[in-house]
Design a protein around this ligand. Structure first.
Ligand code: HEM
Ligand code: HEM
Length: 123
């Protein structure tokens, strides 16, 4: 799971950097919120989680790890696609999607934190 997360995270890295690059060229920062969270919740957070799961495989082998994996990986695209749609159209109807995705990520992160605190041991 660690390696899979690192591979997923570089896809977010590429997308996040492309958005930043295009925003700089066209001088339109409408999508700054998308750029920031794809880079930070996608690239940095998932890479760090991937490295932690790789170093401590027991964390990846339990239900907490599995739920974190799926909540984060389903929640982030839902949040980012909804946020992009909301920012580009100014239609607040997309807020629901942002909230659903963000809540999934939040629950995933809480499970991850609990897993680390409870099960991370040097052995
Ligand atoms: C070629 C790479 C990148 C380019 C061209 C780029 C470009 C930009 C641009 C144009 C903004 C908008 C600034 C604004 O609206 O005030 C921005 C904001 C931001 N970027 Fe990037 N970015 C790049 C890579 C990254 C990476 C890799 C990260 C994080 C891992 C990152 C994190 C941020 C953050 C946190 C902000 C918000 C800053 C603030 O709150 O004022 N960027 N970036
Ligand atoms: C589900 C989790 C998260 C939610 C719901 C969330 C939500 C938000 C919201 C509502 C804003 C204000 C946007 C605006 O004023 O335009 C924001 C800004 C920001 N967040 Fe998050 N955030 C989350 C996670 C994170 C994480 C994990 C990081 C860093 C590792 C982060 C870094 C930032 C930064 C740098 C900004 C300023 C961006 C800017 O200048 O527009 N966020 N976030």
């Amino acid at each position: 799971m660690g390696v899979r997360l690192i591979k997923i995270s570089v896809i977010y890295f590429v997308i996040g950097v492309i958005i930043g690059y295009v925003m700089s060229i066209v001088h339109d920062h409408t999508l700054t919120g998308v750029h920031v969270h794809i880079n930070l919740l996608g690239w940095t957070a998932l890479t760090l989680a991937g490295i932690i799961y790789y170093l401590f495989p027991k964390l990846a082998a339990n239900k907490l790890g599995l739920f974190h994996f799926w909540l984060h990986n389903l929640g982030l695209p839902i949040m980012m696609v909804s946020l992009t749609a909301m920012l580009l159209t100014n239609n607040t109807a997309f807020t629901g999607g942002v909230a659903v995705g963000a809540t999934m990520i939040l629950i995933g992160v809480l499970l991850f934190a609990f897993n680390v605190v409870k099960n991370l041991k040097l052995d």
